[in-house]
Design a protein around this ligand. Structure first.
Ligand SMILES: Nc1ncnc2c1ncn2[C@@H]1O[C@H](COP(=O)(O)OP(=O)(O)OP(=O)(O)O)[C@@H](O)[C@H]1O
Ligand SMILES: [Mg+2]
Length: 285
Protein backbone atom coordinates (compact mmCIF):
# COMPACT_ATOMS: atom_id res chain seq x y z
CA UNK A 1 0.00 0.00 0.00
CA UNK A 2 2.97 2.26 0.59
CA UNK A 3 3.37 2.48 -3.17
CA UNK A 4 -0.17 3.54 -3.83
CA UNK A 5 0.05 6.42 -1.42
CA UNK A 6 3.64 7.23 -2.18
CA UNK A 7 3.14 7.74 -5.88
CA UNK A 8 0.51 10.37 -5.05
CA UNK A 9 2.73 12.20 -2.62
CA UNK A 10 3.53 15.67 -3.88
CA UNK A 11 4.63 18.06 -1.18
CA UNK A 12 2.24 20.98 -0.93
CA UNK A 13 3.43 24.52 -1.52
CA UNK A 14 3.52 25.86 2.07
CA UNK A 15 3.21 29.50 1.06
CA UNK A 16 0.10 28.71 -0.98
CA UNK A 17 -1.32 26.57 1.83
CA UNK A 18 -0.88 29.32 4.38
CA UNK A 19 -2.82 31.75 2.18
CA UNK A 20 -5.87 29.48 2.05
CA UNK A 21 -8.89 30.40 4.17
CA UNK A 22 -8.94 28.94 7.65
CA UNK A 23 -11.66 26.35 8.29
CA UNK A 24 -10.96 25.44 11.89
CA UNK A 25 -8.77 27.31 14.32
CA UNK A 26 -8.08 26.75 17.99
CA UNK A 27 -6.75 29.15 20.56
CA UNK A 28 -5.44 27.53 23.77
CA UNK A 29 -7.99 24.73 23.58
CA UNK A 30 -8.01 22.80 26.84
CA UNK A 31 -9.89 19.85 28.30
CA UNK A 32 -9.76 18.91 31.95
CA UNK A 33 -11.56 15.80 33.18
CA UNK A 34 -12.43 15.42 36.86
CA UNK A 35 -11.58 17.55 39.85
CA UNK A 36 -8.99 17.80 42.59
CA UNK A 37 -6.81 14.74 43.00
CA UNK A 38 -8.44 12.88 40.14
CA UNK A 39 -7.97 15.74 37.69
CA UNK A 40 -6.64 14.89 34.21
CA UNK A 41 -5.56 17.60 31.79
CA UNK A 42 -6.24 15.60 28.63
CA UNK A 43 -5.67 18.50 26.22
CA UNK A 44 -3.48 21.36 27.39
CA UNK A 45 -3.82 24.77 25.69
CA UNK A 46 -3.27 23.67 22.08
CA UNK A 47 -3.20 26.11 19.17
CA UNK A 48 -3.86 25.08 15.59
CA UNK A 49 -5.09 26.45 12.30
CA UNK A 50 -6.49 24.03 9.72
CA UNK A 51 -7.03 25.34 6.21
CA UNK A 52 -9.18 24.55 3.21
CA UNK A 53 -8.29 21.21 1.54
CA UNK A 54 -5.41 20.70 3.96
CA UNK A 55 -4.67 17.13 5.05
CA UNK A 56 -3.51 17.02 8.64
CA UNK A 57 -2.33 14.19 10.85
CA UNK A 58 -2.35 14.35 14.60
CA UNK A 59 0.10 11.73 15.86
CA UNK A 60 0.81 10.68 19.43
CA UNK A 61 1.00 7.76 21.81
CA UNK A 62 -2.02 6.21 23.42
CA UNK A 63 -3.49 8.57 26.02
CA UNK A 64 -1.88 11.71 24.56
CA UNK A 65 -5.29 13.36 24.08
CA UNK A 66 -6.02 12.85 20.37
CA UNK A 67 -9.57 11.53 20.66
CA UNK A 68 -10.40 14.08 23.35
CA UNK A 69 -9.33 16.86 20.99
CA UNK A 70 -11.33 15.31 18.14
CA UNK A 71 -14.44 15.16 20.32
CA UNK A 72 -14.06 18.82 21.27
CA UNK A 73 -13.64 19.80 17.63
CA UNK A 74 -16.81 17.89 16.79
CA UNK A 75 -18.69 19.51 19.64
CA UNK A 76 -19.39 16.14 21.26
CA UNK A 77 -17.82 17.23 24.54
CA UNK A 78 -17.35 20.71 25.94
CA UNK A 79 -14.16 22.77 25.89
CA UNK A 80 -12.89 23.55 29.41
CA UNK A 81 -10.91 26.60 28.28
CA UNK A 82 -9.95 28.28 25.03
CA UNK A 83 -11.79 29.05 21.81
CA UNK A 84 -12.63 27.27 18.57
CA UNK A 85 -13.21 29.23 15.37
CA UNK A 86 -15.09 27.71 12.44
CA UNK A 87 -14.39 29.53 9.14
CA UNK A 88 -12.94 32.46 11.11
CA UNK A 89 -16.01 33.01 13.26
CA UNK A 90 -16.16 31.98 16.88
CA UNK A 91 -17.99 28.68 16.99
CA UNK A 92 -21.47 28.78 18.50
CA UNK A 93 -22.97 25.40 19.31
CA UNK A 94 -24.99 26.54 22.28
CA UNK A 95 -28.31 25.13 21.05
CA UNK A 96 -29.32 21.85 19.44
CA UNK A 97 -30.25 23.68 16.25
CA UNK A 98 -26.85 25.42 16.06
CA UNK A 99 -25.10 22.12 16.70
CA UNK A 100 -26.98 20.46 13.84
CA UNK A 101 -26.00 23.34 11.58
CA UNK A 102 -22.35 22.95 12.67
CA UNK A 103 -22.45 19.23 11.88
CA UNK A 104 -23.31 20.00 8.27
CA UNK A 105 -19.79 21.40 8.12
CA UNK A 106 -17.85 18.87 10.21
CA UNK A 107 -18.17 15.10 10.31
CA UNK A 108 -16.18 12.13 11.54
CA UNK A 109 -15.34 8.54 10.79
CA UNK A 110 -14.34 6.66 13.90
CA UNK A 111 -11.93 3.97 15.04
CA UNK A 112 -14.80 1.65 15.75
CA UNK A 113 -17.43 1.80 13.03
CA UNK A 114 -19.85 -0.16 15.18
CA UNK A 115 -20.11 2.74 17.60
CA UNK A 116 -20.95 5.20 14.86
CA UNK A 117 -24.33 3.89 13.84
CA UNK A 118 -27.63 3.47 15.51
CA UNK A 119 -27.81 -0.31 15.32
CA UNK A 120 -31.59 -0.27 15.20
CA UNK A 121 -31.62 1.77 12.02
CA UNK A 122 -31.51 -0.02 8.71
CA UNK A 123 -28.88 1.05 6.24
CA UNK A 124 -31.25 2.78 3.86
CA UNK A 125 -32.58 4.94 6.65
CA UNK A 126 -29.03 5.81 7.76
CA UNK A 127 -28.34 7.09 4.27
CA UNK A 128 -31.72 8.81 4.04
CA UNK A 129 -30.91 10.69 7.25
CA UNK A 130 -27.87 12.15 5.52
CA UNK A 131 -29.94 13.34 2.58
CA UNK A 132 -32.46 14.91 4.94
CA UNK A 133 -29.75 16.59 6.99
CA UNK A 134 -28.44 18.22 3.82
CA UNK A 135 -31.87 19.62 3.03
CA UNK A 136 -33.04 16.91 0.63
CA UNK A 137 -36.18 15.96 2.55
CA UNK A 138 -38.43 17.03 -0.32
CA UNK A 139 -36.54 15.22 -3.06
CA UNK A 140 -38.53 12.60 -4.97
CA UNK A 141 -38.03 8.95 -3.97
CA UNK A 142 -36.33 8.37 -7.34
CA UNK A 143 -33.87 11.18 -6.71
CA UNK A 144 -33.12 9.88 -3.21
CA UNK A 145 -32.61 6.36 -4.55
CA UNK A 146 -30.25 7.70 -7.18
CA UNK A 147 -28.22 9.62 -4.58
CA UNK A 148 -27.97 6.62 -2.26
CA UNK A 149 -26.94 4.29 -5.08
CA UNK A 150 -24.31 6.76 -6.23
CA UNK A 151 -22.90 7.08 -2.71
CA UNK A 152 -22.74 3.29 -2.37
CA UNK A 153 -21.06 2.76 -5.69
CA UNK A 154 -18.49 5.43 -4.81
CA UNK A 155 -17.31 3.10 -2.04
CA UNK A 156 -17.84 -0.12 -4.05
CA UNK A 157 -20.96 -1.20 -2.21
CA UNK A 158 -24.18 -2.21 -3.94
CA UNK A 159 -27.12 -0.30 -2.58
CA UNK A 160 -29.63 -2.92 -3.69
CA UNK A 161 -27.86 -5.58 -1.63
CA UNK A 162 -27.84 -3.38 1.46
CA UNK A 163 -31.38 -2.14 1.78
CA UNK A 164 -33.24 -3.80 4.59
CA UNK A 165 -30.00 -4.79 6.27
CA UNK A 166 -28.84 -3.60 9.64
CA UNK A 167 -25.30 -2.26 10.22
CA UNK A 168 -24.35 -5.31 12.33
CA UNK A 169 -25.00 -7.53 9.34
CA UNK A 170 -22.04 -5.96 7.54
CA UNK A 171 -18.35 -6.82 7.84
CA UNK A 172 -15.97 -4.34 9.48
CA UNK A 173 -14.65 -3.26 6.09
CA UNK A 174 -18.13 -2.85 4.58
CA UNK A 175 -19.13 -0.83 7.61
CA UNK A 176 -16.20 1.52 7.19
CA UNK A 177 -17.06 1.97 3.53
CA UNK A 178 -20.63 2.74 4.54
CA UNK A 179 -19.27 5.47 6.80
CA UNK A 180 -17.49 6.95 3.81
CA UNK A 181 -20.70 6.71 1.75
CA UNK A 182 -22.33 8.90 4.43
CA UNK A 183 -19.53 11.43 4.04
CA UNK A 184 -20.03 11.33 0.26
CA UNK A 185 -23.66 12.39 0.82
CA UNK A 186 -22.92 14.93 3.54
CA UNK A 187 -19.96 16.57 1.81
CA UNK A 188 -18.69 18.31 4.97
CA UNK A 189 -16.03 21.07 4.92
CA UNK A 190 -14.04 19.11 7.48
CA UNK A 191 -13.66 15.40 8.10
CA UNK A 192 -12.05 13.96 11.21
CA UNK A 193 -10.86 10.38 10.81
CA UNK A 194 -9.90 8.79 14.12
CA UNK A 195 -7.80 5.69 13.21
CA UNK A 196 -10.13 4.97 10.31
CA UNK A 197 -8.13 2.05 9.05
CA UNK A 198 -7.05 0.22 12.19
CA UNK A 199 -9.66 -2.51 11.89
CA UNK A 200 -9.05 -3.55 8.34
CA UNK A 201 -6.38 -5.37 6.41
CA UNK A 202 -3.71 -3.61 4.36
CA UNK A 203 -5.64 -3.90 1.11
CA UNK A 204 -8.89 -2.39 2.38
CA UNK A 205 -6.78 0.15 4.19
CA UNK A 206 -5.30 1.42 0.95
CA UNK A 207 -8.75 1.49 -0.63
CA UNK A 208 -10.24 3.46 2.24
CA UNK A 209 -7.45 6.01 2.21
CA UNK A 210 -7.77 6.28 -1.53
CA UNK A 211 -11.51 6.94 -1.25
CA UNK A 212 -11.00 9.59 1.40
CA UNK A 213 -8.35 11.38 -0.64
CA UNK A 214 -10.56 11.24 -3.74
CA UNK A 215 -13.45 12.72 -1.77
CA UNK A 216 -11.18 15.42 -0.50
CA UNK A 217 -10.28 16.40 -4.06
CA UNK A 218 -13.89 16.30 -5.24
CA UNK A 219 -15.45 18.09 -2.31
CA UNK A 220 -12.53 20.32 -1.33
CA UNK A 221 -12.63 18.87 2.14
CA UNK A 222 -10.09 19.36 4.94
CA UNK A 223 -9.15 16.00 6.47
CA UNK A 224 -7.76 15.50 9.96
CA UNK A 225 -6.31 12.02 10.46
CA UNK A 226 -5.77 10.90 14.03
CA UNK A 227 -3.32 8.07 14.22
CA UNK A 228 -0.44 6.27 15.89
CA UNK A 229 0.94 5.47 12.49
CA UNK A 230 3.72 7.86 11.56
CA UNK A 231 4.14 6.19 8.17
CA UNK A 232 0.53 6.88 7.30
CA UNK A 233 0.92 10.45 8.56
CA UNK A 234 3.91 10.95 6.29
CA UNK A 235 2.27 9.65 3.15
CA UNK A 236 -1.15 11.25 3.42
CA UNK A 237 -0.66 14.59 5.10
CA UNK A 238 0.46 18.10 4.28
CA UNK A 239 0.92 19.00 7.93
CA UNK A 240 1.71 16.88 10.96
CA UNK A 241 0.97 17.77 14.59
CA UNK A 242 2.81 15.67 17.18
CA UNK A 243 0.94 15.34 20.46
CA UNK A 244 2.48 14.42 23.80
CA UNK A 245 0.54 14.48 27.06
CA UNK A 246 -2.06 16.92 25.81
CA UNK A 247 0.36 19.30 24.09
CA UNK A 248 1.61 19.80 20.56
CA UNK A 249 5.36 19.36 20.83
CA UNK A 250 6.10 19.69 17.12
CA UNK A 251 4.15 21.00 14.12
CA UNK A 252 5.21 21.34 10.52
CA UNK A 253 5.15 19.89 7.04
CA UNK A 254 5.10 16.10 6.94
CA UNK A 255 8.56 16.16 5.39
CA UNK A 256 10.09 18.39 8.08
CA UNK A 257 8.51 16.65 11.05
CA UNK A 258 9.08 13.08 9.96
CA UNK A 259 12.29 13.24 7.96
CA UNK A 260 14.05 15.73 10.26
CA UNK A 261 12.24 15.76 13.60
CA UNK A 262 13.33 18.37 16.13
CA UNK A 263 11.54 17.27 19.28
CA UNK A 264 12.99 14.42 21.31
CA UNK A 265 9.52 12.89 21.57
CA UNK A 266 9.06 12.81 17.78
CA UNK A 267 12.44 11.13 17.37
CA UNK A 268 11.39 8.52 19.89
CA UNK A 269 8.07 7.93 18.13
CA UNK A 270 9.90 7.38 14.88
CA UNK A 271 12.54 5.10 16.37
CA UNK A 272 9.81 3.10 18.11
CA UNK A 273 8.74 2.02 14.65
CA UNK A 274 11.90 0.32 13.43
CA UNK A 275 10.03 -1.24 10.54
CA UNK A 276 8.96 2.06 9.11
CA UNK A 277 12.02 2.38 6.91
CA UNK A 278 11.40 -0.97 5.26
CA UNK A 279 7.64 -0.98 5.23
CA UNK A 280 7.27 2.55 3.89
CA UNK A 281 10.69 2.75 2.33
CA UNK A 282 11.28 6.12 3.95
CA UNK A 283 15.05 5.82 3.58
CA UNK A 284 14.89 6.32 -0.17
CA UNK A 285 12.54 9.29 -0.17
N1 LIG B 1 -14.37 10.79 29.73
C1 LIG B 1 -13.18 10.82 30.35
N2 LIG B 1 -13.08 10.98 31.68
C2 LIG B 1 -11.89 11.06 32.29
N3 LIG B 1 -10.71 10.94 31.66
C3 LIG B 1 -10.74 10.78 30.32
C4 LIG B 1 -11.98 10.70 29.59
N4 LIG B 1 -11.69 10.52 28.28
C5 LIG B 1 -10.33 10.49 28.20
N5 LIG B 1 -9.76 10.64 29.41
C6 LIG B 1 -8.32 10.68 29.68
O1 LIG B 1 -7.73 11.68 28.88
C7 LIG B 1 -6.46 11.26 28.39
C8 LIG B 1 -6.44 11.30 26.87
O2 LIG B 1 -7.31 10.29 26.35
P1 LIG B 1 -7.64 10.15 24.80
O3 LIG B 1 -8.70 9.14 24.64
O4 LIG B 1 -7.89 11.50 24.25
O5 LIG B 1 -6.24 9.61 24.24
P2 LIG B 1 -5.84 9.14 22.76
O6 LIG B 1 -4.65 9.94 22.38
O7 LIG B 1 -7.02 9.21 21.86
O8 LIG B 1 -5.40 7.63 22.99
P3 LIG B 1 -5.55 6.34 21.99
O9 LIG B 1 -4.41 6.47 21.02
O10 LIG B 1 -5.33 5.19 22.92
O11 LIG B 1 -6.88 6.36 21.35
C9 LIG B 1 -6.21 9.87 28.98
O12 LIG B 1 -5.45 10.04 30.14
C10 LIG B 1 -7.61 9.40 29.33
O13 LIG B 1 -7.57 8.51 30.41
MG1 LIG C 1 -8.07 7.73 20.71
Amino acid sequence: MGDIIKSDKIAVDRAELEKRPSVLRGDKVTKVFGYGNSKTVAVNAVNFNFREREVISIVGESGSGKTTLAKMLLGLIGVTEGDVYFKDAKRDISSHRKKKEYWRGIQAVFQDPFSAFNIFSKIDSLLLDCINLMGGKKFSPEKKYEMMSEACSFVNLKYDELTNKYPFELSGGQMQRLMIARIFLLKPKILIADEPTSMVDACSRATILDMLMKLRDEVGMTIIFITHDIGLAYYVSDTVYIMEQGKFVEVGSAEDVIISPQAEYTRRLISDVPKIHEEWDLSTV
